[in-house]
Design a binder for this molecule. Structure first.
Ligand SMILES: C[S@@+](CC[C@H](N)C(=O)[O-])C[C@H]1O[C@@H](n2cnc3c(N)ncnc32)[C@H](O)[C@@H]1O
Length: 364
């Protein structure tokens, strides 16, 4: 499969010279034979995301969405658009909870991956291949978990006082990074304080997505969850294959994920420039605590004790295992370090959970 991807990249370089890193990502992740052609997430796949760790994640995200829905005056049906919905694990959890609460919901899952769209169809929400195809939300909610860091980005390096763009070229049997001129529009988006030889990622794909979001979201909130910083350097480019971190992302394209943390401060500033309101960026562990994670743990402890008392030891062990797996969601050294960025259209209040998560004393 990935031979096909490498051949396509080589052909593009032969035709036009070194390609941007963003174009490399398009081929490696989203082209035919690319890494995301089939959903690669989960214990049997290459890495896990929060919804795959424990269903409590979907429950707590649902609470966040319901707070935003309250602020919108509880319009029914509740319109939710999930971007980069993957195999639908998060959508399934959210929809089950909303159905149980008797809330009429119109859920749209947006997925670029044909394999993921097949899985999503089984859930029967509306499925689209691009946010461009989604009718304006007026009102509605937008959700994305771990999408932005997978959107194509470009790379720059400070060289001799100037910025150069790092592009992907070919050297014999290998794909290699090569330095080329940096267009002024790209240089404008790069951090201004890069030292000699230092590199940065410019999240061009994430910024473009925010452009579409600002057009589609006429009234409502967006919750964007991703790895990255609240401003400035957001982490190295890396990959994942078979649950292991990969440093050389150019080797065997299509066989591994390619990602880098996102400067969410830059994303938020771009959203503000387009008329959206930035309510805040908080680490996931804070958001989940504010949404009732500790209460859920207490409930699970009580359930485990009841199961033991009733002689249902195996189920008690499962409850224990689930709770310990879920702790990854709030571990600041694991998934708890993901960041939640909340945006809205003007005139809407900051959701309660976010205001609480922004308080320094939370969790003390
Ligand atoms: C890291 S996965 C996260 C999947 C899911 N949200 C989760 O938490 O498990 C990123 C997903 O975004 C999808 N994706 C990438 N670019 C996209 C785009 N422009 N529009 C919609 N989906 C996209 C990929 O196909 C992939 O399923």
């Amino acid at each position: 499969m990935s031979e096909e991807v490498a051949a396509r990249i080589r052909a593009a370089v032969a035709e036009r010279g070194p390609i941007s890193f963003a174009e490399f990502m398009e081929h490696a992740l989203y082209g035919p034979g690319g890494f995301y052609e089939r959903p690669p997430i989960g214990a049997e796949g290459h890495f896990v995301t929060s919804p795959h760790v424990h269903p409590v994640f979907a429950d707590l995200v649902r609470f966040a969405l319901l707070e935003a829905w309250d602020a919108l005056g509880r319009p029914e049906p509740l319109r939710i658009v999930e971007l980069g919905a993957g195999d639908g694990t998060l959508a399934r959890g959210i929809l089950l909870g909303l159905e149980a609460a008797g809330i009429a919901t119109a859920y749209t899952a947006v997925e670029i991956s044909p394999g993921a769209r097949e899985r999503l169809h089984a859930l029967q929400p509306r499925v689209e291949a691009s946010l461009d195809a989604v009718p304006p939300l007026d009102p509605g909610l937008v959700l994305a978990n771990e999408l932005l860091d997978n959107l194509p980005f470009r790379r720059v390096r400070r060289r001799g006082g100037d910025l150069v763009e790092l592009r992907v070229g070919v050297a014999g049997p290998r794909l290699v990074l090569v330095e080329g001129p940096c267009e002024p529009e790209l240089a404008d988006l790069a951090p201004s304080d890069l030292g000699e030889g230092e590199e940065a990622v410019v999240p061009t794909g994430a910024l473009a997505l925010v452009g579409t979001l600002a057009r589609v979201l006429r009234r409502g909130y967006a919750l964007l969850i991703d790895y990255g910083s609240t401003g400035g350097p957001a982490g190295e480019v890396h990959g994942y294959r078979g649950h292991a971190v990969l440093e050389d992302v150019l080797e065997d394209p299509g066989s591994a994920d390619v990602t880098a943390g996102v400067d969410l401060g830059l994303v938020a500033a771009h959203a503000e420039a387009l008329g959206l309101v930035r309510h805040g960026i908080v680490p996931q562990w804070r958001a989940l605590l504010a949404l009732g994670y500790a209460r859920w743990v207490e409930g699970e402890l009580a359930r485990q004790a009841d199961l033991l008392a009733a002689g249902r030891g195996l189920e008690a062990v499962r409850a224990y295992e689930g709770r310990s797996r879920a702790s990854l969601l709030v571990d600041p050294a694991a998934l708890g370090r993901l960041r939640w960025l909340v945006l809205s259209t003007p005139g809407l209040p900051t959701p309660r959970f976010l205001a609480e998560a922004l308080q320094p004393e939370l969790g003390r």
